[in-house]
Design a protein around this ligand. Structure first.
Ligand SMILES: [Zn+2]
Length: 434
């Protein structure tokens, strides 16, 4: 297809011929017979965004789930009202996501039974690593005798029973491409081969348009109470021995420190990643740079949960939270992502969070970590396998583009998903805002 009058980020107005790759860029390109033409009208044309850390199955499930955590639900009374009035989904279950114990403490089966007894209820903790089921739900997944109904993702055996259901990937796909996103990396830790194959098949069939990438199998979630340097080092060495980079999830300083030590001991792989890096002490900035490891982070959590951090994290440690600018200054490759559905899946919201770092109440968390709009945008343009290296609109680059309704200066000033006018994947127009 041919895109007429596209504005590149440097302000150049040009035409772009795109197929599976960008074939030609130049003034006054002429449409070939039968070639589709999209008039960008001076709107910015960018490489399609890539969301470098998402959970697709959970995101598809979350589409018909109730959200039961802050900021929407903050009290036990609100939780009670929501669950007791909830209409079950087509499969008869009530599903809820986003729970945090600040709402009504550590829920268990008895507490949910008191609200809903006859309908199966499953509530996912916002960490994504814990589900709480009522007695009816436990009976349906063969765990009627479970002591408290709190199921951790680390406990194998039941998670497949919970996850198996029709998920609406097509609807999720529509939402993702409307953000101008042309590729996603599924970072789900226990994603098995079947799940990956089914996503790839859905992509080939056109049910799921964004290009899927996977971190599996070289990825690991750490738990503070089970941190073990030797076993982590051995695991990393094994992955690297098979020429597989690793992606280690680090949400605490302890996890980061042990991961850095393990990467040092095992030796780094050029495509290694650290997911989240929610807390980075000053001392570790240089370590990360030296290891060459890419940090895939989510400053959108500042915009979503910032007030809770301000309240719960000692003030002296605020500077270590969800860092971006200091990582870039230390020459650490950094990419952004949303962690959808645990974070809001709109990457433009995440970009604004990286620029302004405003909490829901309007405070600014860690202003030293703010980056420019151009930098925030660029951190969503990375290559799937090298998130810290941005794609560009140049001949030979992938034919995946995001066309905005506004010129570059306005686009950078606004960073708003509402500006996405069209999304092109592999030279095919997959989204067009009417
Ligand atoms: Zn995640």
């Amino acid at each position: 297809m041919l895109i007429k009058r596209a504005a590149l980020l440097d302000g150049t107005i040009t035409d772009i011929r795109v197929d599976t790759r960008i074939e030609e860029i130049g003034a006054d390109l002429v449409a070939e017979p039968g070639e589709g033409v999209l008039y960008a009208g001076g709107g910015a044309v960018l490489p399609g965004l890539h969301d470098h850390h998402v959970h697709l199955r959970s995101a598809a499930s979350a589409l018909d789930s109730f959200f039961v955590g802050p900021p929407g639900v903050t009290t036990k009374a609100q939780l009670t009202q929501l669950l007791s009035n909830a209409t079950p989904g087509p499969d008869g279950w009530i599903r809820a996501v986003g729970y945090h114990e600040s709402v009504a403490g550590d829920l268990d089966r008895t507490a949910i039974d008191a609200l809903v007894r006859r309908v199966p209820v499953r509530i996912q903790h916002r960490s994504g690593a814990l589900w709480i089921l009522n007695s009816e739900a436990l009976g349906r997944v063969g765990l009627a005798e479970h002591p408290d109904g709190r199921l951790h993702s680390a406990d194998r055996g039941w998670s497949d029973a919970l996850q198996q259901r029709e998920t609406d990937l097509a609807e999720l796909s529509r939402r993702i491409i409307a953000y101008g996103v042309t590729g996603v990396t599924d970072a789900t830790p226990d994603l098995d081969a079947d799940a990956m194959v089914s996503l790839v098949v859905a992509h080939r069939r056109g049910e799921f348009r964004p290009r899927p990438s996977f971190l599996s199998p070289g990825k690991k979630i750490l738990h503070d109470d089970r941190l073990d340097l030797d076993s982590l080092t051995t695991w990393i060495a094994e992955q690297h021995g098979a020429d597989r980079p690793v992606a280690v999830h680090c949400v605490t300083a302890a996890q980061l420190v042990v991961t850095i030590a393990a990467l040092r001991a095992a030796g780094p792989h050029p495509l290694d990643r650290i997911e989240h890096a929610a807390v980075v002490p000053d001392d570790n900035l240089a370590d990360l740079a030296e290891l060459g490891v890419t940090v895939v982070t989510q400053p959108n959590f500042v915009a979503e949960r910032g007030d809770q951090y301000v309240a719960e994290v000692p003030a002296a440690e605020h500077r270590e939270l969800w860092r971006v600018a200091s990582l870039l200054n230390a020459k650490v490759p950094v990419a952004l992502s949303t962690d959808m559905p645990f974070g809001n899946g709109d990457p433009w919201t995440a970009m604004r969070a990286a620029v302004y770092r405003t909490t829901p109440s309007g405070a600014v968390l860690n202003a030293d970590e703010c980056v420019s709009a151009r930098t925030a945008l660029t951190m969503f343009l990375g290559r799937p396998e090298r998130p810290g290296v941005a794609r560009t609109v140049e001949t030979g680059q992938p034919g995946d583009l995001c066309v905005l309704s506004e010129p570059p200066a306005t686009a950078l000033a606004e960073l708003d998903a509402g500006m996405v006018a069209a999304t092109v994947i592999g030279g095919e127009l997959v989204y067009f805002a009417m």
